[in-house]
Design a protein around this ligand. Structure first.
Ligand SMILES: [Zn+2]
Length: 309
């Protein structure tokens, strides 16, 4: 009779039960249904984690192993490194023995985390060493010193052209890496008193890049970023004066923009330390506080960073 017969259609399996019946059904078979669904979900997630996670973990472990080997290789060369750095790097040369050891440990790790890509020039063992040392001297007082946003450092022989710029480059930094010309790099350290050092200049850009331009990344140093605001409170007015034409100890190129002011300021801080302390005492003190070091002190460091190597 109409009304008494439950009509089963061909799509009976998907027939929607009225809400009340649905709840009865859940009440009758709840545990088994939920357990099955829960186990299935867990299995799917476990498979996904295995597919994505295990290769990631293997790669990560392989990378760590390679870095450890590279670090050991660098460590085995400390005597040679000490000799080369004392000959080429005025900052290193002035360090007492205990600080030299600390410096070399950091350089060894820095080298281990980077690929040094020589573009149309033969590789030289001095390249990774001296280039890494330029970065380590700036970050010697910081906890985060690896700039590990950057995997690759590109080395060219001479000045080079880049993008649409007319003038040739001695070095630059962008999201793909740190770029340096070897001739200019060596020239920069040959005279360690003229505040013209492309190695220090580009590594200063790289340090600013990982902290302020690259977005969230491993190399960001919250303590450094916080202190940078104190530095800028002193530095910004000096930069503004330079943009108005005021001349001071810094190379006029510092007036180009605040990023260049920073890089030129770091070059001057290391290569004309005493002159900067006398001529621009507030900026010198702000830089000491920011980098946690004073190049005029034999031991350099103001406080010992928590991260030793
Ligand atoms: Zn620059």
């Amino acid at each position: 009779m109409p009304g008494d017969t439950l009509i089963i259609t061909s799509s009976g399996d998907s027939l929607q039960l009225p809400d009340s019946l649905f709840h009865h059904q859940l009440a009758a078979f709840p545990a088994q249904n939920r357990l099955d669904n829960g186990v299935l979900f867990f299995l799917v997630m476990a498979v996904l984690v295995c597919i994505v996670g295990i290769p990631f973990l293997i790669n990560r472990l392989r990378e760590k192993y390679k870095q450890k080997q590279a670090y050991k290789t660098a460590q085995a060369n400390f005597a040679q490194y000490d000799q080369w750095l004392a000959a080429y790097n005025g900052y290193y040369k002035s360090l007492p023995a205990a600080m030299r050891q600390r410096f070399l440990e950091r350089v060894a790790w820095f080298i281990a985390t980077k690929t040094f890509n020589c573009v149309n020039l033969p590789a030289d063992d001095k390249m990774p060493l001296l280039i890494s040392a330029a970065s380590v001297q700036i970050s010697f007082g910081l906890d985060k010193y690896l700039l590990d946003f950057f995997d690759t450092i590109y080395i060219m022989q001479h000045n080079y052209n880049y993008g649409f710029y007319d003038r040739p480059f001695e070095g630059h930094v962008n999201s793909n890496g740190i770029y340096l010309s070897w001739d200019n790099f060596l020239k920069g350290y040959e005279d360690y008193t003229d505040a013209d050092n492309v190695g220090i200049h580009e590594m200063a850009h790289a340090l600013a890049y990982v902290n302020f331009m690259a977005g969230a990344n491993n190399a960001q140093d919250d303590a450094f970023i916080k202190r940078f605001y104190d530095f800028s409170a002193v530095a910004r007015p000096i930069f503004s004066d330079m943009q108005q034409g005021k001349i001071n100890l810094l190379n006029g190129y510092a007036a180009t923009n605040y990023n260049e002011f920073w890089a030129v300021g770091v070059e001057t801080f290391f290569e004309k330390s005493l002159r900067m302390k006398i001529a621009m005492p507030e900026l010198y003190a702000a830089m000491c506080n920011l980098l946690n070091q004073d190049p005029l002190l034999p031991e350099k460091l103001l406080t010992i960073p928590e991260v030793l190597y």
